[in-house]
Design a protein around this ligand. Structure first.
Ligand code: UD1
Length: 370
């Protein structure tokens, strides 16, 4: 860290943050920007599979600070991050705090910084699902209200922000840093055949499921597992299981589903492994935000197991279709996709691997404004 330069304190906490921060940290190392980037990990995600393997594969420098907060209820987790973040801000006195995405670590650090008059810079601002029952939607709205510069990934985000009273001068359309990571690492994707070599599959669909709205209620989860089981008789399905999904499947007594030879459960996968699995999948079924974008960039059909999305460009321009959690709708869309091959889609504007340099240029101008 160079203390003679304005310090940009970059925050990460959970898995989807890591692929967003990697290209920003890499770019800000360039001395031409005249800032000193320093990295703080809140410790929201801490397992090797949820954190360390991503740091290594994405070449993210070891965090300068780790708050080690771990898991808890939303209130506990957010409060704990805030308590542990405050003294660091006091000591470091950064020129700005840069947060990415919409996880609890994002809002917790943004809130502490804003109350201490430290400017907040938000990467991936302005996305809205319109669904406030999603914890991430609350995190997004509040973080944007607290931010001084808002870097957006798609143009619809600008309208969302203007409607919420944010002025146009703060909004910067720079593209999608998650897609920077995708292009940077695509050649290192691990071949799906290697990952699946002990299973007898040629063609497969990839499934990820972890949203509370899909996995926390036994009736909803069982309906989804039934639907996946029925689909898997036609196309084997590979399911890398998020720890919370693994836990609820066991707690609800649904482990039998995973004994089916066509529903292949895997532990959480690394980034290179996920790229490989996504790239070669015939279809991806997911409730993740990031995977909707990654499949659009890869041109792989995606069925999103949610009623709404904060990433509408993936529907309008990309390969994504919203199918919700109704078994008939999911099955119907899957059958149609198998018959017709799914949406062709195109890669959205500025999802070109150069979002981080655009962000860094704005940051340089902002940090050295008079
Ligand atoms: C968080 C984000 C979500 C993101 C997801 C990606 C919020 C509100 N949600 O949800 O937007 O899509 O990350 O994974 O911030 N656990 C482990 N090991 C870990 C971390 C978590 O086993 O390293 C387990 C714990 O049982 C924990 C549970 O996963 O209670 C949930 O973790 P948490 O960080 O609360 O939220 P996610 O569901 O991962």
């Amino acid at each position: 860290m160079r203390e003679d330069l304005p310090i940009i304190l970059c925050v990460v906490g959970a898995r989807p943050n890591f692929m967003k921060i990697a290209p920003i940290m890499r770019e800000l190392k360039n001395p031409e920007y005249g800032v000193s980037a320093c990295l703080l990990h809140t410790g929201q995600h801490y397992d090797t599979a949820m954190k360390q393997s991503f740091f290594e594969q994405l070449e993210i420098p070891e965090p300068d600070m780790d708050l080690g907060v771990g898991s808890g209820s939303h209130a506990q987790q957010t409060a704990e991050i805030m308590k542990r973040f405050e003294p660091i801000l006091d000591e470091l006195k950064p020129a700005a705090v840069l947060v990415v995405g919409d996880v609890n670590s994002t809002i917790a650090c943004a809130l502490v910084a804003a109350k201490k008059s430290v400017p907040v810079l938000h990467v991936e601002a302005g996305l809205r699902s319109g669904d406030r029952s999603m914890p991430e939607e609350i995190n997004r709205i509040l973080t944007d209200q607290l931010s001084e510069l808002l870097f957006i990934t798609e143009r619809t985000a600008e309208g969302n922000l203007l409607r919420e009273g944010i002025t146009a001068d703060k909004i910067k359309f720079c593209g999608n840093v998650m897609i920077d990571s995708l292009y940077y690492n695509l050649s290192k994707a691990i071949d799906a055949r290697l990952i699946l070599d002990e299973f007898d599959v040629e063609r497969y669909g990839l499934v990820t499921l972890h949203r509370p709205s899909n996995v926390d209620d036994a009736v909803t989860l069982e309906r989804l597992l039934d639907t996946l089981l029925s689909i898997s008789r036609e196309l084997p399905l590979v399911l890398p299981l998020h720890p919370r999904t693994q836990r609820v499947i066991e707690d609800f007594g649904f482990s039998d589903y995973l004994d089916s030879p066509n529903l292949i459960a895997l532990p959480p996968q690394g980034y290179f492994e996920m790229l490989g699995l996504m790239k070669d999948a015939e279809v991806v079924l997911t409730d993740s935000g990031g995977i909707q974008e990654e499949t659009t960039a890869l041109g792989v059909p995606c069925l999103t197991l949610r009623e709404n999305t904060e990433r509408p460009i993936t529907l309008v321009q990309g390969t994504n279709t919203l199918v919700g959690s109704d078994p008939e709708k999911i099955r119907g869309c899957f059958d149609e996709l198998m018959r017709g091959g799914g949406k062709a889609g195109r890669v959205p504007e500025y999802w070109d691997g150069a979002a981080a340099p655009r962000i860094a240029e704005h940051l340089q101008r902002w940090a050295h404004r008079s």
